[in-house]
Design a protein around this ligand. Structure first.
Ligand code: GLV
Length: 328
């Protein structure tokens, strides 16, 4: 039996699963994440932590949590968590692959459609009393059907986006370093270098993980290479896009618009220039936010904790501690 700290209320049966496995569980009760000090205090005695993308876990925190054996991140991305430092400290780090790609792809596609067809803008205008007649010229967008979609990063989520695109008769290009898959061949995805993808695409959707290699991947040169009508969709991580360069590109009309579920920082402050563009749609990092998917993610994180506290390897590790910490 161990002591597990869960950094926010989570949907589904995750907490029940942990308790049914005999663990003592504390759930942070507030809507906002624990502060770094509160996180540190709550991990002092913890054997396991179920964390979210809003919880930074670095070497100092790991050193201050001597009993900790696993940090189970309820997300597929784990850039909030220093997995190497965790391994060095003997702590397993885990994520939630394979359960959120369709949901996140749905959101990417929803953003693409919303941006292409001015959904958010026209809804706002309707509420403001702007719907005075059927207009032959108002809210003209661009047709996703038959257009070209460029997918940057063809992992699980990128491939799910390619499947959505197939239903819209889109030509799908991909710039990726992932091994070629059968799905990709079946869908007729064409692999091209990033500059070619940017030059040919009507929509560019980002699906790479965030890290030193992808930080600012979409910068001034990339926006300059895009079509003036092209729309950028980002459901990956804000840091993959150089936001200042994006603002400049939007101001200059170098691209047609952007639909962003992720920004730097999160939340994006209300005085940020990105909010000033009518052709920018911003959602609050809700890529995986469906009832079923968030429950699956939390339960997967719980199962990783249960495995480690039972002395087993977790099913979804993102690191491999050479000398896992023994039970305290
Ligand atoms: C959410 O952003 C995730 O990485 O799962």
């Amino acid at each position: 039996m161990g002591y597990v700290f869960v950094t926010r209320r989570v949907p589904g049966r995750a907490v029940d699963l942990l308790r049914e496995a005999g663990h003592d569980v504390t759930v942070w009760p507030e809507d906002l994440p624990p502060s770094p000090t509160a996180l540190r205090d709550n991990l002092l005695e913890a054997d396991a932590a179920l964390t979210l993308v809003t919880d930074p876990v670095g070497p100092d925190l790991l050193a201050a949590a001597p009993r900790l054996r696993v940090v189970a991140n309820m997300a597929v991305g784990y850039d909030n968590l220093d997995a190497e430092a965790a391994a060095a400290a003997g702590v397993w780090a885990t994520n939630t692959p394979g359960v959120l790609h369709e949901t996140t792809a749905d959101l990417a596609f929803a953003l693409l459609l919303a941006a292409a067809r001015n959904l958010v803008l026209s809804d706002r205008d309707t509420r403001d009393g702007g719907w005075v007649t059927w207009s032959p010229t108002a809210f003209l967008g661009h047709d996703p059907y038959g257009s070209t979609l460029g997918i940057v990063g063809l992992g699980e989520i990128g491939r799910a986006v390619a499947r959505c695109a197939a239903g819209f008769g889109m030509t799908v290009l991909a710039a990726t370093r992932t091994p070629r898959t059968e799905v990709e061949r079946e869908l007729g995805v064409e692999r091209v270098p990033l500059p070619e993808l940017l030059a040919r695409s009507d929509f560019v959707s980002i699906h790479v993980p965030y890290g030193p290699e992808t930080e600012g991947l979409m910068g001034a040169a990339e926006f300059a290479a895009m079509k003036e009508t092209a729309i950028l969709v980002n459901t990956a991580r804000g840091g993959v896009v150089d936001q200042d360069a994006l603002v400049r590109a939007l101001r200059a009309g170098a691209i047609g618009g952007a639909a962003l579920d992720v920004t730097v920082p999160e939340p994006l402050p209300l005085d940020h220039p990105l909010y000033g563009f009518p052709n920018v749609t911003i959602t609050p990092h809700i890529g995986s936010a469906s009832h079923a998917t968030r429950a699956r993610m939390a339960e997967m994180a719980a199962r990783n904790i249960i495995a480690v506290l039972a002395g087993e390897e977790p099913p979804n590790p993102v690191n491999r501690p050479p000398a896992p910490r023994p039970p305290a």
